[in-house]
Design a protein around this ligand. Structure first.
Ligand code: BGC
Ligand code: CA
Length: 349
């Protein structure tokens, strides 16, 4: 073979190998488009909006690095499962590469899974975990979230540490028992009951006596928590020593109620949440909230995007190391108190 042709062939082979690894088509002018559809149970839920933002940010970063366009289409189901099913139908009819579902009713995932399976479009559920039976309906179904037990345990530990250092401040009536109220998330959500149980168990296992004054659901919502807390303040007055909340948004509602009731900061119960959303970080910084448990929405967003990208590009997730055999990614929680809150505030900028 002519030497010149040999060289040309060699160069062509190198270019094709390079393109293969970059995941691009041989014609580098042709941009591949990846279409990711995302349906949120409720976009106004602050925690969920931060997960969605994290997904979008990761998509932008990835797009800058590679030769492809990543379209992320986020739609809001506004708490309505029928709306959400229609949104999924639309993504399917528009031939999206991957569909991500923050499901309204986590016990009703099978309908969505069967539809996606028929169309062969992989699904990533997140934050609201389908039951195991449904997860096993198809091997292209993934879940990204976090372990509820861990968050409850860490919330309990924040309390235990604080109590050991500030017994007389927390146990205001000095009876050696902790009078508390508990604000709970939606009753059907996998995180609500487990967070409540694990938090209280951790405290009791540390030989601290507790007395529950009240617990009730505020459905993860600030406004409902404000109402509940106002009611409890009227009922129990200064007897409430601790407010535990299954998430930060409800904790913020409780703080608002305490402020509104004009209870002096010295006489207020301490408040501990879960999530580490920015407003809660500022309340910790200002001393109105004792602590929270970071629910790593940034890593969750990244995991969702990584899985979606990998499925769209390669049809599998083989090179991702953080996924279990059963297609789960669970990020770990971290405690946030006044000691380390600045580290988290810095990361917001
Ligand atoms: C978060 C809550 C959020 C809920 C929504 C929970 O994991 O902690 O803040 O409202 O998910 O599904
Ligand atoms: Ca007490």
């Amino acid at each position: 073979m002519n030497k010149w042709i040999k060289n040309l062939l060699f160069i062509l082979i190198i270019i094709s190998i390079y393109n293969l690894f970059e995941g691009c088509s041989i014609n580098s002018n042709e941009t591949k488009e990846i279409k990711i559809g995302i349906t949120l149970y409720k976009q106004e839920d602050p925690f969920i909006s931060f997960v969605a933002e994290a997904i979008e940010e990761c998509a932008k970063e990835k797009e800058i690095k590679g030769n492809y366009k990543i379209t992320v289409n986020i739609v809001d189901a506004k708490g309505n499962l029928t709306t959400q099913n229609n949104q999924v139908d639309k993504f399917i009819s528009q031939d999206y590469d991957v569909i991500c579902v923050n499901i309204v009713d986590r016990t009703a995932a099978s309908t969505i899974i069967n539809k996606a399976k028929d169309a062969d479009i992989p699904l990533i559920f997140f934050n609201r975990e389908p039951v195991e039976e449904d997860m096993q309906l198809w091997n292209k179904v993934y879940y990204v979230g976090a372990d509820a037990e861990e968050s409850g345990r860490l919330q309990g530990e924040i309390f235990v540490d604080e109590y050991k250092n500030n017994k007389s401040f927390i146990d205001k009536n000095g009876d050696g028992k902790i009078q508390y109220v508990m604000l709970e998330g939606e009753p059907e959500h996998q995180d609500s009951l487990i967070r409540t149980d694990c938090c209280i168990k951790t405290i009791v296992n540390n030989d601290i006596e507790v007395e529950k004054l009240a617990d009730d659901t505020a459905n993860w919502q600030n406004a409902q928590a404000y109402e509940k807390m106002t009611q409890w303040i009227n009922e129990f007055g200064n007897n409430i020593e601790v407010v535990f909340s299954n998430n930060d948004d409800m904790a913020l509602g409780a703080i608002h109620a305490l402020e509104n009731a004009n209870i002096d900061i010295k006489n207020r119960p301490i408040v501990i949440g879960i999530d580490g959303i920015p407003d809660a970080l500022y309340q910790i910084k200002d001393g109105n909230m004792t602590g929270t448990v970071y629910n790593d929405y940034k890593s969750q967003g990244k995991a969702i995007l990584d899985i979606a990208y990998s499925l769209a590009m390669f049809g599998n997730t083989d090179y991702l190391t953080n996924i279990t055999n059963e297609n789960y990614v669970k990020t770990s929680y971290k405690k946030i108190t006044k000691e380390n809150v600045d580290d988290y505030i810095k990361k917001l900028k």
